[in-house]
Structures are given as C-alpha cells and as structure tokens.
Design a protein around this ligand. Structure first.
Ligand code: ZN
Length: 790
C-alpha cells in the first residue's frame, strides 16, 4: 500500500514539472486526506472495496489505446486545481479524423442561420452528431470514469456492425476524468474544496472552465454525466434523468422533453437487457431503473444551472445525470450499458433530435418563444459601466462571452425604455441563439416556495444580484450603433499625486488594498469603508493597473484610521459529509487578497490561535461536535479533552483582543456552543435558500451596503435576544422580503437581525452566506469590512 502511494507521488511530481508555476504552488501546502491510503482498501467512501482504475494508470492506458487505433485522438485540455492533466478523448471513424474543425464550424451555423442548418441536415443524412460523456465529476464516484475507459477501448478497437454504425453517425467526446484531484484524494470535491457539479453558473474552477470550453467547442447533441450511487427503489436500482419539476422556465423545455424521457427509457432497456451478465442479486433481479420524471413528482429537480447536464441543456444538449447503483464492477457495467443505450438512441433519432436542438437556437434568434408568456424574456439587458470601478461589470461581460452569449458595446449614447445611457454601455440583445442561458444568468429569479415541497440545491443565483453589477432588463427595442465585444481587457489607472482614494466598491478594490498593504504602503480606512493610500503615484501604479480600477487623488477624512496587514486562520473542514463546508469563504478571503491559513479543529485545540489576528469559523457545527459518524470522525475533534482545549484556546484568543467571525447558520450555532454569544440562533430548513432583502447599517462592518439592499441565505439563520449586540443588518421588515428561491415557513424571520456584533467582545456573526461557493462576490466585502473594522 505504501509503495503504491509513493509511486503516485512520483507521478504527480512528474506531471507538476510541466505545469505553470501558479498551479504547482497550489499543490505544495496540500493537506493530505486521510482517505488517500484507505481508498486503496476499505475506505468508508468505497464500502464495496472496489478496485477502481487509479488516476495514474489512465494517461498511460490512453496512450496505449491511441497507438492501436486510427479512430482516437487524446488531448490534455488544461490542468485541475492541483495540477493534474484533464484528458479529452475524441473518437470518430477514420474518415472524420482531421475534420473536427470543419464539423465544429458547420455546427456553429446552427446559431447563425438555423433554417439553413435544418435544411442542410435534411439533405445530408450522413452527418455526424457530437455526443459528450463526462467522467466522474465527483471523485469518489469512481465507476463513471471506469465505464468511460471501457467505452473508449471498445470504440477504438471493435469492428462489429453496431460499433461501426454508432461511429458512422456520432462523434464521441469523452471528458475522461472531470475531477482528477477528487479521484486521487478520494474526495467528492476538487483540490480547492469545490463541488464541481455545483460550479456551472459561476465557473470558478479550472475543471469547470475546461468543460464549458469543450461544450462550447462542440455544442453536443447529447450530454451524459456519470455519477453514483443512488438506489431509491431496489427493484429499479440506479437513476437516470430527466428530472421531476420544477423545471427552470429559461429552458425551451418542450424540445428537451420530447426526447429526454425516451432516451432515458432506451438506456434503461439496454441495462435490463443485459441483466444476466451482472454478478450481484441487486442487478440480476432488477426490473428497470428509477427515472425521476416518470417515477416521481418532486425531489430530483433540474432547476438550477449549477449541474453539468443542466448547464449543457442551455447549449441545446439533451442532458442526463446517470447515477450508478454501486461502486463495483456491476456499477461499471450498469453505467457502460446506460451510455450504450443513449448512443443507440441518438443514432436512431439523430435527424429529428438535432432538428429540435437547432429549433432551440432558432427560437432564440427569432425572439420567438411559443411556450413563454409575452415579456418573460426581455428584449435586452443593459449593463452600465461604473467608470471608477468597472471590474465587476468587466468580469460579467467576459463571463457572458465565455459562455457563448453575444455582448455588444454602444458606440454612442442611446435610450432604452425612456432612460439614456452613455457610450461604452454594454448590451445583451436577447434575440440570440443562447438567449435561455443569457436570461438564466441575468434574471432576478423567482420565488418557487409554493411550487414544490423542497429543492435539491440552490433555487436562486442571479449574477447581477450576487456579483453586484447592474443589468437592467429592457422591454422595448434597443437601437443603437454598437460593436461586438470579444474580450474586455482590464487596465487600471492612477491620476493625481496622492493620497489616493480607493472606494470600497468591489472584490478587486479590496484585493488592491491588501496588495498595497503587502507592499508596505500606508493605507487608511474611513467609517464609510473607503480606503486612502498615502504614497507617491509610482509606488502604487503597477498594482492599480493590474486591478482594473481607476484611482484618483483626494482628501483623507478626519475619521480615517490606519489599517494593517492581517493574518487570518480559517477552520478547515477536511470533508465532513463529503463536502468542505469552509471552502467558499476560504476562496472569498483569498480573492479579497487576504493571507489565509487553514487549521483543522485538532490543530486549533493543539496549537491555539496566538499567531493570528482573525479567526473565521465558516462551516459545519460538526467540526466541534463529538457525536460524529464513523466517516466524519477524522475531520473533527477527537475527544472531550480536545473539545475543551479548542474552546479554551478560542476563548483566550478572543479575550486577548482577537477577532472572531462566524459565517452562516451552522457556524453561528457553533459560536453559541463555544459560549461566545448569548443570542438565540434561529434557523430555517437546510434546503431553504435564496436572495433576500436586507437593511444594512451602512457604516463600519456593513460599509458600502444600503438600507434597501440584498443578501443571500442557505439554511437561513437569524438572531434574536440581541440586547448585548450591535445589530449591523436586519432582514427587511417587509412581508415580501424574500426575492427569489425556496424558503417555506419564513414569516418569523421578517425584520430580524442577520448580522450582529457582540458589544463586549470582538465576535461578529454574519448570518448571510458572505462566501458561498465563490458565487456571492457582492457579499464578500462583509468579510473584509468585518476584518478591517477595529
Ligand atoms: Zn455525483
């Protein structure tokens, strides 16, 4: 076992030698999950003790297959967060090799001239459709990539009629291991602690960015995402989507539905038809599989575009999540058969299916959505630019472009819905092929509490609201001279002789402040949360240019006080319940430019917090619980003695003036357990989440936010009995405080405190999800404000 581990270490080092420095640096302080060695035999996450294909074996095997076959192209398309290669294998018959570029550009006709593309399809029946298969985006769900490897070998080498027919009609694109870090570490998440199958609206990780690029490159007709392990019904093991309601209204769902259920049934039939070949009784006796849309009315929805297949649906794909029943050879066979069933179905129905895929783009281009109410899609979104700090809008525009959404920039001033906008304003015209994707990214969302009992995951994600840029939905035509934008290049500027004002306006602004503090520049901060750099222009200009901000000179107000570089410890969740509950806040702090160190609960108990200025608890209360399941124990405190040491170390840190910040419901409850607050901690359901109206105090820790503003909650929390606190923010005292999402039984939270600071000690409770999955950029400054606030 040790030998294997050492070997994989050497291979990892070999891979690292060829990746850029930044990726290599990411791996050095990497914390080794205890499960790495256990995974080889007897891991709690591998209870069938299945001998899966190790990541280190995949590259050599692909190379070997490529040598044997003239149908296979193996590429490395970037690297994971930890620096491992992301393999993409394309399989097509030899006549198609070397013509991928031509086929891709032909496919792009689909959203330039859809009628012509539909005619071309009708007249050229030998065209090939791309089918994309995503392997094991969750690292512990090993069978996905294993089935993918078997399929690659099959299609590379077999010559039976069925194989040939499939290759005559399809191009197979395999994203072989979507999450190498997770496979190597035996974790669900990647090396940054992010669940990649929740990252498709924000695309914060290199793995999701690679998949988005691949989807955009091919616009696959079918997209299959391999997972495990679900057995809701033992007579029908596994799960194949389509989903239960609610379906997101931004889809052209009728076009998807026309094929998705039948395709799922074809996958099911292929699995059941092969049942004699399975080993286990679970499979030998199966009658079918569980198809949520057919077999249930709620509980497995396709509402948020954070999941890979749901995201792919906005590019016209018939997307399916496939959940194998078990982590074993039978699970691999189940997955292999399911994919084979989909390939046969796609082959038989390709002409009609692709015509409907093109129909989706046609509806977009013609601004003709037969199943949507008039006005559901605005005519356009107008994105004004803040001249002083354009960074948030720039990020949004580049994000939209990367997602195949067309953005133009006005060459002169114009009017829309009676309002005038200056030259330079960005416009997303909604008569475009991927209008559904544009709308799901830019809309406000909706309150779906009454539509379904509970949601599987988030139910609101508006990028303007959660990233903090303006996107005005316009119902009238926007006629103006404008040019297409391909990429916004950021270049900041400094004017005057200083001192320089850096408004507390964005993540980039705070990042700049931290950068200047690192450089030894003297920075002051006023009660409005704005910063003042007291130095000559040449000392700050390089950092300012890189930041994208435009900085001017000004007077330093009398109430401004000096701030210093701070060192922050964040409590580390190693993978409790298979997630890293602290990872969103950790990424937020890093993006704000702070120096952050992760400490496990045991490390806090053992070493204390003496060398830190700030301690952040943003994660599950399980981290300080002694009642943990076997699988979670290793990530928490090990004994009552350790708990007592943890509590006393945190207490003495706070007593000596250390700053303690808790983020979210679970951390707030833990804070109570630690005796650091006497507030009553009220929580909503763990599935409740959404965007809410918030009234912020607007100075100090909530500087830069208003009394009529927004926030985001997930498992909402609010505080009562706050007599000993300074209340920094409350949920709006308005019965319509809930803007979008799903939150049943929320009445009691109306008008209640959601961000408080204890008066007698430096303990701040932030009930909002200030650092949620690298998604709530707009709320990140609640963290930096709280940190800088004396
Ligand atoms: Zn999964």
């Amino acid at each position: 076992m040790n030998k294997k581990k050492a070997l994989s270490g050497i291979l990892a080092a070999g891979i690292l030698a060829s990746v850029p420095l930044s990726a290599a640096q990411a791996i050095t302080p990497k914390w080794i999950n205890v499960n790495v060695s256990e995974e080889q035999a007897g891991s709690k996450f591998n209870n069938q003790n299945y001998d899966f294909m190790k990541f280190s074996e995949i590259g050599p095997k692909l190379e070997e297959i490529e040598k044997q076959s003239n149908r296979v192209k193996v590429e490395v398309k970037g690297t994971s967060a930890d620096g491992y290669p992301l393999y993409v294998v394309t399989i097509a018959d030899p006549t198609t090799q070397g013509k991928f570029g031509k086929i891709q550009s032909l496919r792009k006709q689909m959203f330039k001239n859809p009628e012509k593309a539909q005619d071309w399809i009708a007249n050229n029946p030998d065209f090939k459709v791309p089918v994309m298969i995503n392997g094991s985006i969750h690292g512990t769900e090993f069978v996905g990539s294993d089935a993918v490897m078997q399929l690659i070998e099959h299609f590379a080498t077999e010559n039976d009629e069925e194989t040939k027919t499939i290759l005559e009609n399809n191009i197979l694109i395999f994203n072989v291991v979507q999450n190498p870090d997770g496979r190597v570490d035996a974790t669900r998440f990647n090396g940054e602690g992010i669940d990649l199958n929740r990252d498709f609206i924000t695309q914060s990780q290199p793995e999701t960015q690679e998949t988005v690029a691949l989807i955009k490159e091919w616009n696959p007709m079918v997209f299959l995402d391999t997972h495990g392990y679900v057995n809701y019904d033992l007579n029908n093991p596994g799960l194949i989507e389509p989903c239960t309601p609610p379906h997101n209204p931004n889809y052209e769902y009728d076009l998807y539905e026309k094929w998705a259920l039948d395709q799922a049934k074809a996958m099911e039939a292929e699995i059941v038809g092969d049942k004699a070949q399975f080993e286990g009784d679970l499979y030998k006796n199966m009658e079918g599989t569980y198809i949520p849309q057919r077999d249930d009315s709620a509980g497995w929805d396709d509402y948020p575009p954070i999941f890979t297949p749901m995201y792919a649906m906005y590019h016209g794909a018939y997307g399916h999540t496939l959940e194998a029943p078990q982590n074993d050879e039978d699970g691999v066979r189940w997955m292999y058969n399911a994919i084979m069933g989909a390939l046969k179905f796609a082959t038989e129905n390709k002409e009609e299916m692709i015509t409907d895929q093109i129909e989706m783009f046609k509806r977009g281009i013609n601004f003709d959505h037969p199943f949507h109410e008039e006005g559901f899609f605005p005519k356009a979104y107008v994105l004004p630019v803040n001249e002083e700090d354009p960074t948030v809008t720039n990020k949004a525009v580049n994000h939209l472009i990367k997602n195949d959404i067309e953005v133009v920039q006005a060459s002169k001033a114009f009017e829309a819905d009676g309002k005038s906008y200056p030259k330079g304003t960005y416009i997303v015209q909604m008569d475009q092929a991927k209008a559904g994707l544009a709308n799901t990214m830019l809309w406000d969302g909706e309150d779906i509490t009454d539509d379904t009992p509970a949601m599987y995951d988030i139910s609101a994600w508006s990028l303007p609201e959660l990233w903090g840029f303006e996107a005005i939905a316009v119902q009238g035509d926007v006629d103006t001279v404008a040019s297409k934008v391909t990429n916004v290049k950021e270049q900041g500027s400094v004017s005057g002789k200083g001192p320089f004002i850096i408004s507390n306006s964005s993540v980039k602004a705070v990042q700049l402040v931290n950068q200047l503090l690192q450089q030894g520049v003297e920075v002051k901060r006023d009660s409005e949360g704005n910063f003042y750099a007291e130095s000559a222009a040449n000392a700050v200009s390089e950092a300012v240019k890189a930041s994208g901000l435009n900085i001017e000179s000004g007077k330093v107000p009398a109430d401004a006080v000096s701030i210093e570089k701070v060192s922050i410890a964040i409590l580390k969740d190693g993978g409790m319940g298979k997630v890293q509950s602290h990872s969103g806040t950790k990424l937020a702090l890093k993006r704000l430019g702070f120096d952050v160190k992760e400490l496990t609960p045991s490390e806090v108990a053992e070493k204390g917090l003496e060398s830190f200025d700030v301690f952040v608890y943003s994660g599950t209360e399980g981290l300080i619980s002694l009642k943990l399941s076997e699988a979670n124990k290793e990530f928490g405190l090990q004994s009552q003695v350790e708990f007592d040491a943890f509590k006393s170390n945190v207490e003495s840190f706070v007593n000596k003036g250390g700053k303690y910040i808790a983020v979210g419901a679970s951390a707030s409850r833990a804070t109570k357990t630690l005796g650091l607050t006497d507030d009553v901690i009220n929580t909503g359901g763990s599935n409740s989440n959404g965007i809410i109206k918030v009234a912020y105090e607007g100075t100090g820790a909530t500087a830069g936010y208003g009394e009529d503003d927004l926030g985001f909650v997930y498992r909402p929390v609010w505080f009562t009995s706050t007599d000993n606190d300074e209340v920094l923010a409350t949920i709006a005292d308005d019965e319509n405080f809930f803007v979008a999402g799903h939150w049943a039984g929320r009445e009691a939270a109306q008008g209640q405190a959601i961000m408080v600071k204890e008066q007698d000690k430096d303990v701040t409770l932030i009930g909002l999800e200030a650092g949620f999955r690298d998604h709530t950029d707009y709320l990140f400054r609640l963290l930096s404000n709280s940190i800088f606030e004396k």
